[in-house]
Write a protein that binds this ligand. Structure first.
Ligand code: ZN
Length: 240
């Protein structure tokens, strides 16, 4: 079912990219949908301002797993719409209540222009709250996430926040969440860890060799660009 709220586009590699064009750009993240042989996968769940599940090209009777790369508000809003929910084990307790201190939902409520169109008639930012979405599948470094075909290795890539990424070595696809994307990397939040972020960027340069990176924000990019962003971060504390 199409929805005017979300932007859906074919991102290549069998991936559908979903955006939220009417959300404050600072909180407008990428969501991704991918069909697997045995089950489908949603990577990140947006702000939850408009129901997400009806927009996805789901197959009746086929399971879908919704994964949050980390607990920030722009990645977990619609997670509660899905019965099967994966995310970083290290923050699993926080998904049970979605506290503002961890999600930054309060910061979103105080943005001067949280949306450029109303998600529903009479909508008010003051009523915006995240629904709890306890993880049914907490994931940690080295875990396998198997959709039949493809399958992914879980990487813990802390720094921005406790973030997990999914790497499909066979096809060279990396879903990176906010660990790396083609813009200024954010490392100055209460949940951030700059030393961990330096280790994460070194690890991306040395150990991960993707063909395509689907980040939590901005356009997809290739492995060479990923290494350039990571090197920029190591050299000047920015991805730019
Ligand atoms: Zn984030």
């Amino acid at each position: 079912m199409p929805s005017w709220w979300y932007g859906l586009s074919d991102a290549g590699f069998g991936v559908t990219r979903i955006t939220e064009p009417f959300v404050d750009p600072y909180f407008s993240a990428n969501l991704y949908f991918l069909r697997g042989r045995d089950r489908d996968l949603l990577v990140d769940a947006g702000m939850g301002l408009v129901p997400l599940r009806p927009v996805l090209p789901l197959t009746e009777g086929k399971p879908v797993l919704a994964l949050a790369t980390h607990i920030h508000v722009d990645h977990v809003g619609a997670l509660h719409e899905f019965a099967d929910r994966a995310g970083p084990a290290v923050d699993a307790h926080l998904f049970e209540t979605m506290p503002d201190e961890a999600t930054f939902a309060a910061e979103y409520r105080h943005r001067p222009s949280p949306v450029t169109r109303l998600p529903s008639p009479g909508w008010s930012i003051g009523n915006y709250r995240l629904a709890p979405a306890p993880l049914t599948m907490p994931l940690a470094e080295g875990d396998r996430l198997d959709l039949g075909d493809p399958s992914f290795t879980v990487l813990e890539l802390p720094g921005h926040s406790p973030c997990i990424a999914l790497f499909d070595e066979a096809n060279g696809i990396l879903f990176a969440g906010d660990a790396i994307y083609d813009d200024q990397l954010l490392d100055d939040m209460p949940c951030s860890d700059k030393e961990a972020y330096r280790n994460t960027t070194r690890r991306l340069i040395d150990e991960v060799d993707p063909k395509i990176v689907f980040g939590g924000h901005g356009e997809p990019f290739d492995g060479a660009r990923m290494r350039a962003i990571a090197r920029n971060y190591l050299e000047n504390g920015s991805g730019l």
